[in-house]
Design a binder for this molecule. Sequence first.
Ligand SMILES: Cc1cc2nc3c(=O)[nH]c(=O)nc-3n(C[C@H](O)[C@H](O)[C@H](O)COP(=O)(O)OP(=O)(O)OC[C@H]3O[C@@H](n4cnc5c(N)ncnc54)[C@H](O)[C@@H]3O)c2cc1C
Length: 381
Amino acid sequence: MRGESDTCSRTFDVLIIGGGVVGFSIGYGLLQRGVSVAILDGTDRDFSATRGNFGMVSVSNKGFNNIPYFRLSLASRNLWPSLADEVHDRSGINPHFEGRGKVYLSMGEQELADRVSHIQEFLLRAGDEYHQEILSKDDLDHLLGHVGLGDRVVGGAFSRLDGSVEPLQFYSGLFRAYLSQGGHYFSSQIVRKIVSKNASFSVQTPSDTFSAPKVVIASGLGTPPLASQIGLRLNVRPERGQIMVTERIERVFNYPISGFLRQNVEGTIMIGSSSEYNGFDDHTSVGVLTGLAKGAVERLPLLRFVQINRCWAALRPRTDDGYPIYQESQQRPGAFVVSCHSGITLAALHARLLPRWILDDVKDNLLQPFGTGRLQDECAT
Ligand SMILES: Cc1cc2nc3c(=O)[nH]c(=O)nc-3n(C[C@H](O)[C@H](O)[C@H](O)COP(=O)(O)OP(=O)(O)OC[C@H]3O[C@@H](n4cnc5c(N)ncnc54)[C@H](O)[C@@H]3O)c2cc1C
């Protein structure tokens, strides 16, 4: 990605540490308020969940045990169409947001029975805002465009709450839209030190020093050591996900199939993604990829004849309880941490709701449950 190298002004209204989708969504939103923003990013060799994700805007499977998280995800999904249009207009890159819903396929009667009770309970907990309906195998096949479902599929469900986006196009579009609005981006600026003095922060990298009255740490897996410098102790651990991509074929199914299959606009099919805890190892593994391929063919037998062209693994930044963190430091007011493992789903909310919190100290009610207080107290620096 293109970055600025020479010294222009090194003082901004807001510094964002981390140039993944979370940092850019916040940065883009802040620019709409007319402030100056600089994103300080690492290098292409760093771990990047943004460059390896599946592109789902997921709502119907979020927050079964935490309804505020369901509401947060739903609010973001509702903000997605306008963000996607804006990014398209300002960058010329279409992120291809589709908000028509998602299909779940149940493999066997027990899985279907479990889904029925899961939906009933979700409805009780979340109320009318929730939507997921059970469909027969025939109805699902019809909805998907007569793709031909595997023998073990006995039925499933549809939710209109979910959406999807072309993740890399969204990220490039967001990057360009951010630059077009006057945002600054500095690559290869790995932040080592954050110092606060006289209501301003000085952020130091091996080669430069930047300053601003507000700092947002949105550094994915690099967040904890920076957060501890502003008095926030939190854990963000790597959750590996593996994905395979097929050759391009004509459009064969109309909706993403939960957590497993999604056809991109240009015709490739994404298969994945797995969920594994294996430290900072971001290699693919034959065992997991074989399982993904088998699962895909079991659901859609026509995939047996489609070639896999590419596979990769990437690491999601996962907080201890899996829910997002939106926290301002009490010890260093003006310094914020944002971390989440569904940065695509929440991108629209980050662009629209976080600027008010960061600039005006008004934290939307939707964000209130997601401070670090639920995990542990602030630590001393
Ligand atoms: C396989 C997979 C599938 C996924 N599927 C989905 C999905 O379908 N839907 C969804 O919503 N989410 C999905 N996600 C999760 C989503 O990709 C992440 O939530 C999101 O990318 C996190 O973005 P981020 O900006 O926080 O972190 P990252 O993308 O990891 O970016 C962090 C950035 O911070 C920089 N950085 C780190 N330390 C420093 C430092 N000290 N100084 C300067 N810069 C620093 C790094 O260089 C990097 O650019 C998936 C993730 C994976 C891995």
